[in-house]
Write a protein that binds this ligand. Structure first.
Ligand SMILES: Nc1[nH]c(=O)nc2c1ncn2[C@H]1C[C@H](O)[C@@H](COP(=O)(O)OP(=O)(O)OP(=O)(O)O)O1
Length: 166
């Protein structure tokens, strides 16, 4: 039995670049990633995605501009936690990303994404996101650096995926 916690992960993107943030504290510190965090009690996943993006880089995004593009699950050897991460992409938003206490934002060209300083799984599923393919990935880690095994698949529709998910 796993203890599931739901997280959001938002990427702002345009045709040539993607916004990443260098995590300054907490889980994943010193790694580049999208913006997000835990979904709080009595909060919808989409509201959490909007809140975390605003808290972490001061950018405001409307609900209708956030597209759910993927679902990731992370488990860790010897740990009952299952991280359920909902991945979103947006190309319309208000404001200019600024550094906060949590994240230092930076735009990267798609061919200069700093995978060496990111979660090891990112290298595996980013190509799906970059090619605008919907995806589902499951990664089982030993510690935080070693992927023991994983599954990754392209999805036709997120709605169908969630409808069929137990
Ligand atoms: N293996 C992994 N690969 C990845 O790409 N993103 C991951 C990941 N594991 C976690 N994440 C993302 C999900 C989420 O956006 C973030 C972790 O969220 P945090 O723990 O920072 O949540 P909070 O901001 O709510 O934390 P606190 O306020 O510090 O409790 O990292």
């Amino acid at each position: 039995m796993f203890l599931k916690k739901v997280y959001t992960l938002v990427f702002l993107r345009n045709e040539t670049q993607i916004l990443l943030g260098l995590k300054k504290r907490g889980f994943g510190v010193n790694k580049w990633n999208g913006f997000g965090g835990k979904v709080e009690q009595n909060e919808t996943i989409i509201d959490a995605a909007i809140r975390e993006l605003k808290e972490e880089c001061c950018v405001v995004v409307n609900k209708c501009d956030l597209k759910n593009i993927g679902h990731l699950e992370f488990t860790f050897e010897g740990d009952s936690l299952l991280m359920d991460v909902r991945v979103f992409s947006a190309s319309n938003y208000q404001g200019v990303p600024v550094e906060t206490e949590e994240m230092a934002p930076k735009w990267y060209g798609y061919d200069e994404v700093p995978f060496d300083n990111m979660w090891p799984d990112d290298r595996i599923w980013f190509p799906y996101m970059v090619k605008n393919k919907l995806f589902f990935g499951k990664f089982h880690y030993k510690g935080f650096d070693t992927i023991l095994n994983y599954e990754l698949q392209e999805l036709k529709s997120m709605e169908t995926f969630y409808k069929n998910k137990k």
